[in-house]
Design a binder for this molecule. Structure first.
Ligand SMILES: [Zn+2]
Length: 348
């Protein structure tokens, strides 16, 4: 990603995002929560111009977007270390950041398919006092809050060294201090099981990105039944949600030497791909299920093909989709009543 920042401009980011969003639509993704921190093309003129590139790219493709505007202020838990030149494209001070987010939120009110959430990049990049402000802002404004968490053991080691606690303990303290917020942590690969259970008891969504975590060699989180799990594509080198769902289950099967850990059967994985994602993005009253007064977003999966034809009328259809299919079986993708992708089906 850092290499793509050379001479980054509005046009370049618009084109990267438009291509990725189009690929997402064709993979059956109707809503994207974009964890976005490349804000400024000009590091001297910090005007968040690149955020507009993401919003306009989503509008150009028709995908539903929750822009998770991400605070990134520090290079590490040793707050005296300077950001690199490339990281300066991310930088903002928490107060100017929140003024900007409030303005942006008001500006997109008229957009049907764009809403705003907040992300704290990580405990490395966001001071714990600044996290207080983001937390309270999200609670007051009823906005989702996302944050990278414990993807690598080093983050826990550094956090212990500078703050005498794990990053998840920082979040647990915020729950005690400021009450509930719609929080989603991303990764949790090395989170201690007791801390993870306390976070999920507070309603925290666990965003797992199995393909990326496998690609990077991160590790497999310790999941449990009743966790509110959602899935992320993260580095986007492979965009296939059915595969992410399958790998989520396979990771747990391999880790625990059984098939029942965290109840990741096909029906629960379908919920993870729909209602749980909507909840994590603050859209649970709008999308994620077919219901009166909900927006009409859907993906259709073709059953008239070699993979699924024997399962078309079977109780095992969900199982067959999750554990056998990929993007090839995606036939229609519809957002807010508008078909964005329709595969031609050839028959004799
Ligand atoms: Zn990540």
């Amino acid at each position: 990603m850092y290499n793509l920042l050379d001479n980054i401009s509005y046009d370049k980011l618009f084109s990267y995002c438009k291509g990725t969003f189009q690929e997402m639509i064709e993979a059956g993704i109707t809503s994207v929560g974009e964890f976005h921190y490349v804000h400024h093309s000009d590091i001297l003129n910090k005007n968040f111009d690149l955020d507009k590139a993401v919003i306009n790219a989503a509008k150009a493709t028709g995908i539903r977007l929750v822009l998770l505007v991400t605070l990134y202020t520090y290079a590490g838990l040793d707050r005296s270390v300077e950001l690199s030149d490339k990281q300066k494209h991310f930088k903002s001070h928490v107060d100017e950041f929140l003024i900007y987010v409030k303005e942006l939120k008001n500006k997109v009110v008229k957009e049907e398919l764009v809403t705003i959430g907040i992300a704290a990049h990580s405990i490395r990049a966001v001071h714990e006092d600044d996290l207080d402000k983001l937390w309270q802002f999200c609670a007051n404004e009823n906005m989702p809050l996302h944050m990278h968490l414990e993807e690598q053991p080093q983050e826990i080691v550094d956090c212990q060294k500078f703050l005498n606690k794990d990053p998840s303990e920082v979040l647990l303290e915020k729950f005690d201090k400021f009450g509930k917020v719609n929080l989603t942590g991303v990764h949790f690969s090395f989170t201690k099981p007791d801390l993870l259970r306390k976070l999920t008891n507070n309603g925290t969504n666990l965003c797992i990105c199995p393909t990326t975590e496998g690609y990077l060699g991160d590790g497999i989180p310790t999941l449990s039944t009743n966790d509110s799990i959602v899935l992320g594509t993260d580095c986007n080198n492979r965009i296939c949600m059915i595969e992410e769902a399958r790998l989520l289950a396979f990771g747990q099967n391999l880790k625990y030497n059984n098939r029942n850990n965290a109840s990741l059967d096909a029906n629960n994985l379908m919920d993870i791909l729909t209602v749980n994602g909507a909840r994590s993005l603050g859209l649970e009253s709008k999308i994620g299920r077919f219901q009166e007064n909900y927006d009409f977003d859907f993906v259709s999966i073709g059953v008239n093909n070699v993979v699924l034809s024997n399962f078309a009328n079977s109780d095992e259809l969900a199982d067959a989709i999750i554990f056998s299919c990929d993007n090839r079986e995606v036939v229609n993708v519809c957002v807010n009543g508008k078909i964005l992708f329709a595969k031609k089906i050839y028959s004799d």
